[in-house]
Design a binder for this molecule. Structure first.
Ligand code: SF4
Ligand code: SF4
Length: 143
């Protein structure tokens, strides 16, 4: 995504607090599809099978998720709050917080404002970029 000063869309600037990569109560889900498994396995120089065994599990509905180590995603560097697989991070991570569920009538929902301290910060993202990112996440959800 790119951003333009004075855009008409939603304001957001990541502070790199890392909270979106940490467990929130009982919520700790990063879903990944086959292409994302391949990208992460290649990034980590692992075979697909080895990556899946070490870093993922199938939930009760058959969806594949990244394993969390207690409080955080295992790919979060706890000291720097950086994603250690940034270039290959899944769509869910790459598109956050521009998810349709978090935007109502062109405003951020209270829910996402509680999750992410970057909401409402910085310049506005252009509405077309916001829409395209939400659409990308939605298309991924529907796969
Ligand atoms: S919670 Fe928001 S501000 Fe914090 S790292 Fe995630 S996107 Fe950035
Ligand atoms: S893969 Fe990276 S961006 Fe996604 S939850 Fe884990 S640490 Fe955060």
């Amino acid at each position: 995504m790119s951003r333009e000063e004075g855009g008409a869309g939603l304001r957001f600037e990541c502070t790199e607090c890392g909270d979106c990569c940490r467990r929130r109560g009982s919520y700790a889900f990063v879903y990944i599809n086959d292409a994302e498994v391949d990208a992460l396995a290649e990034h980590l120089d692992l075979t697909r099978r080895s990556f899946m065994r070490r870093h993922t599990f199938l939930d009760e509905l058959g969806w594949r998720q990244l394993r969390f180590d207690d409080a955080a995603c295992r790919f979060l560097d706890a000291e720097t709050n950086k994603c250690t697989v940034y270039e290959a991070r899944p769509t869910q991570c790459r598109t956050f917080p521009f998810w349709r569920d978090f935007v109502e009538k062109s405003e951020w929902t209270p829910e996402v404002q509680q999750i992410c301290e970057g909401i409402g910060e910085g310049d506005a993202w252009p509405a077309d970029v916001v829409e395209a990112t939400m659409a990308e996440k939605e298309a991924w959800d529907d796969e």
